[in-house]
Ligand binder design. Structure first.
Ligand code: FAD
Length: 354
């Protein structure tokens, strides 16, 4: 197998890339973070300029990488492979809160399987060998038998327990991978995944009050982040608004309420968007962003916000937060893209942070 050298400007990193390995995979496994999202050549987030050398664009879609961009020397790091030694210019962020952790492959055993709701499964995996080192908020890419590409799921447990990963997985209608998890995955099954991935992490260096807005299983990352913060005795106010449709879709309530009882700085607000009027529910009603606006009187300045969940929920929350005087640089997001989202809507033109 041939190996080529990849030089990355402006950082000056030099890494080895195996035949058939994508630029993105090689960078992440070397601990060099390149911005990316779909991982399959569909969204264009990982667009990179090739300064020197020959590449194969792979399965980059013609929408995410247009003909004129190919002619101008751009490629998608998630699909491009090297045909010679190559130099790229990449958008490598210098983020003081992000640790440089190389992506690795893991094997583990399913030691917990729980129906958290009618369409959300809790999965606990015990890792073989060395534990996973990750930052709260990151995700893994899980392989499943008979499912072509891996699927991304956020780690729901705190990094203090690197011997396990806990996942909260919603069954997507028509979804192959989440269909497998819900119908076929068994206790004791051996599973493979890679990670940790992503840059959704608490910017602890900023300090100050934190606002977590989560939709559905989008509460998985905030759970890890909040557990981590409270384990470290973060003293500033922390608010979690968890939006789901009805009481039947709500999970994790007992543990978050217990956490709020034990930590005066933690506030937990479940919010139901489609609960039938007149039901037994006495808590907040409405979409996450509307409930947050009510709680904060529409003014969010001074907070740092972390949004996690389906793309439409994230867009609505960003609009509400920015109307409420929170700057874009203080809003961090993890969009739970599916293949459908990537095919339909490449990425928000107004808000590039992922
Ligand atoms: C960073 C990240 C973290 C995530 N974390 C979580 C998490 O913690 N918990 C969680 O529940 N989810 C999470 N997700 C979402 C999760 O990855 C998806 O729900 C999952 O990949 C769906 O896989 P699937 O195989 O079931 O669906 P797929 O089979 O991939 O299909 C998804 C949907 O798209 C349709 N579809 C497929 N291909 C196309 C196409 N080309 N054009 C149009 N429609 C198409 C399918 O019919 C289906 O409705 C996360 C996503 C990301 C990006």
């Amino acid at each position: 197998m041939s190996i080529h050298q990849l030089m990355i400007e402006p950082t000056g990193d030099a890494i080895e890339v195996a035949e058939g390995q994508t630029i993105l995979d090689a960078c992440l496994r070397a601990g060099v973070y390149l911005p990316h999202a779909c991982g399959h050549g569909l969204c264009g987030t990982c667009k990179t300029q090739v300064l020197d050398g020959e590449i194969d664009h792979g399965a980059a879609s013609n929408f995410a990488l247009m003909d004129f961009e190919r002619e101008d020397g751009f490629t998608l790091a998630c699909t491009a492979t090297l045909l010679s030694d190559v130099t790229i210019e990449a958008d490598v962020e210098d983020d003081p809160d992000a640790r440089r952790i190389a992506v690795r492959d893991f094997v583990g055993t399913v030691v917990g399987l729980e129906n958290l709701t009618h369409d959300v499964k809790g999965v606990r995996i015990a890792i073989d060998g060395a534990p996973i080192d990750f930052q709260a908020g990151q995700y893994i890419n899980l392989k499943m038998p008979g499912v072509e590409a891996s699927r991304s799921f956020s780690i729901a447990n705190a990094p203090s327990d690197g011997r396990h990963v806990e996942l909260q997985i919603r069954r997507v209608p028509g979804g192959v991978g989440t269909g497998y998890i819900h119908a076929k995955l068994r206790l004791g099954e051996r599973v493979e995944f890679s990670g940790p991935a992503g840059r959704f992490l608490v910017r602890k260096s900023r300090g100050g009050p934190l606002l977590f807005l989560a939709g559905g299983t989008g509460v998985s990352s905030p759970r890890s982040m909040i557990f981590d913060l409270l384990e470290e005795d973060y003293a500033e106010p922390i608010t979690l608004v968890h939006g789901v449709r009805t009481q039947a879709d709500l999970y994790g309530r007992d543990e978050f309420e217990a956490l709020a009882v034990g930590h005066a700085n933690f506030r937990y607000v479940p919010a139901l968007s489609h609960e039938p009027p007149g039901s037994s529910w006495s808590g907040e009603r409405g979409f996450v962003h509307d409930v947050a606006k009510r709680l904060y009187g529409g003014m969010f300045a001074g907070n740092t916000a972390y949004l996690c969940g389906p793309p439409p929920m994230i867009e609505a929350c960003i609009a509400a937060l920015m109307q409420g005087r929170l700057f874009e640089k203080h809003i961090f997001t993890e969009r739970f893209y599916t293949a459908k989202d990537c095919a339909e809507k490449p990425k928000s033109p107004v808000f590039k942070r992922l």
